[in-house]
Ligand binder design. Structure first.
Ligand SMILES: [Cu+2]
Length: 169
């Protein structure tokens, strides 16, 4: 009796461990936070393209510029380096102490990407970069680019193919 109860418990324990282990999502909460990093004194973060005031039709590439610091992956403790975050139409101030949010307006480039392809609805939009530390927090003081405002134009009207003048035999 005691023996079979024990094996049932064991079986239960094994089964219940499987789903908990699979996603491995417990790490962020228990992760010790290192102090925030200071950027290189002469570092500059900027958007190479598009430029302020650009009018763009359709999808476009945003190119990220970083001077006097390196780009690395999220989680990497490489010195004097960070990863890009692109803020799209963000009007709220970024909290200087907290990890940068992750949503459709706060895009993380944790693989170390230096460009992104965007498709935005027609109208005015703002783009801004923030460099993040291994834990997705801003540097201290914050390394942030100038905000660029662009206008996305409505899709071009379907081009009417030039008519070859009719049925001339
Ligand atoms: Cu990040």
């Amino acid at each position: 009796m005691g023996r079979s109860a024990g094996s049932i418990l064991l079986a239960f324990a094994i089964v219940s461990l499987v789903p908990a282990g699979a996603p491995a999502q417990t790490a962020p909460a228990s992760k010790p936070s290192a102090p925030q990093r200071a950027p290189a004194p002469d570092a500059r973060l900027y958007i190479i393209y598009p430029w302020d005031g650009a009018q763009i039709r359709g999808e476009f590439w945003v190119r990220f510029g970083l001077r006097n610091m390196g780009v690395t992956q999220a989680g990497s403790s490489a010195p004097n380096a960070g990863h890009h975050h692109l803020l799209v139409d963000v009007t709220d101030e970024i909290d200087p102490e907290e990890p940068i949010p992750t949503d459709n307006n706060h895009l993380h480039f944790g693989a170390g990407q230096t460009e992104a392809r965007l498709e935005l609805p027609p109208g005015k939009h703002s783009l801004q970069l923030v460099l993040g530390d291994p834990e997705h927090r801003p540097f201290k003081p914050m390394l942030i680019s100038k905000k660029v405002t662009i206008t996305v134009l409505p899709a071009a009207p379907a081009r009417t193919s030039k008519k070859v003048s009719g049925k001339d035999s």
